[in-house]
Design a protein around this ligand. Structure first.
Ligand code: SAM
Ligand code: SF4
Length: 329
């Protein structure tokens, strides 16, 4: 699949649920309305949809959500897709999780063929963790990370950088993560979906964080790529890696290789734009994939050049009405 700007689309993110057992302040309101269950694709349909993308050249799939591990029987999908790694056309299957259920699932994830996971963790302070996630229990997440490493999964920590909330913990998180052989990636808050708080107040430009870190650490650019938008530096003092996902200070669209499908079978060609394509109708209309393939091709042919996220006092409303938990970031 090649889009109108010559970019090869080889990476699919599959959001298997919009539900979650946390209510992170930058992601959701406390009282969210979730999609009615009958709207959701079954796990078999999600696998068939993913397989159609693999047949079209997708070689990397990330399972995300909402919280993917709260979807009932999600392992049947993960095992099905895991079976397509190698000769089945998939190079890699990965997962993004909040870690709350990892203790239970770590071994099964590894057995299914997953080798790398991203765990979102914005703080190691139990009270602050509660404040940010509203419903989360830090001890469960830390136990989940232990279980993942014990099961042989490489763990990357994703930390949303929040002004005045966790910015003073970045140095500690870097030392902790790298000390446990985990990369740390910092993410700028993106203006997606109504939340209860003030996004402008939460926004911390990572250009500033990097400049501050460079005062006490030796950071050298690293070519390492994971298929996602993070750009990495090596940190001489910790011997590990630090990534930056900077949709606002540095737009990463020129090298975009990905599209996202939601749990209702809606395809988003860009995280930062509203245009979408309904794949559920062609998927259900026939058991061969001809109509589905036509719909996918038509969607890729209108993948936009990029997003135009903006956060400042004049743009207070979210750039996009949908929440990140629908598309999974
Ligand atoms: N529940 C899983 C988790 O938290 O890892 C997977 C889905 S979550 C939507 C994926 C990632 O998006 C998480 O790392 C989360 O911190 C991040 N995220 C959510 N809302 C965001 C926002 N408005 N701006 C930037 N990152 C956001
Ligand atoms: Fe749930 Fe992940 Fe959103 Fe937090 S960031 S509310 S864990 S979907």
């Amino acid at each position: 699949m090649i889009d109108p700007f010559g970019r090869h689309i080889t990476y699919l993110r599959v959001s298997v649920t919009d539900r979650c057992d946390f209510r992170c302040v930058y992601c959701m309101t406390e009282h969210m309305t979730f999609l009615p269950k009958p709207e959701l694709l079954t796990l078999e349909e999600l696998e068939r949809l993913s397989a159609a993308f693999i047949a079209k050249g997708v070689n990397r799939i990330r399972i995300t959500g909402g919280e993917p591990l709260v979807r009932r029987n999600v392992m049947s999908l993960i095992e099905g897709l895991g079976g397509r790694i190698g000769a089945g056309g998939l190079q890699e299957l990965t997962l993004t999780t909040n870690g709350s259920q990892l203790s239970r699932f770590a071994k099964a994830l590894h057995d299914a063929g997953i080798r790398r996971i991203n765990v979102s963790l914005d703080t190691r302070d139990p009270q602050k963790f509660r404040d940010i996630t509203r419903w989360g229990d830090l001890r469960k997440v830390l136990a989940g990370i232990d279980a993942a490493q014990d099961a042989g999964l490489a763990v990357k920590i994703n930390m949303v950088a929040l002004k005045d909330i966790n910015e003073n913990e970045i140095v500690d998180m870097l030392a902790w993560a790298n000390g446990r052989r985990m990369d740390l990636t910092l993410i700028e808050t993106m203006p997606m979906g109504e939340i209860d708080g003030d996004r402008v107040a939460q926004y911390l430009p990572l250009s500033l964080v990097r400049a501050r870190l460079a005062e006490s650490y030796t950071l050298t650019d690293d070519d390492y790529r994971t298929g996602g938008p993070a750009r990495y530096v090596r940190v001489m003092e910790t011997g590990g890696r630090l990534g930056f996902i900077t949709p606002l200070t540095h737009n990463f669209c020129e090298s975009c290789n990905r599209v996202r499908v939601t749990c209702t079978g809606t395809l988003f060609m860009c995280l930062g734009q509203n245009d979408d394509a309904d794949l559920r109708t062609p998927l259900r209309a026939s058991c061969d994939d001809a109509m589905l393939n036509t719909a996918i091709d038509a969607a890729i042919a209108r993948k936009p050049k990029g997003h135009d996220f903006m956060i400042d006092r004049r743009h207070r409303a979210p750039a996009l009405a949908r929440h990140m938990s629908l598309t999974g970031g």
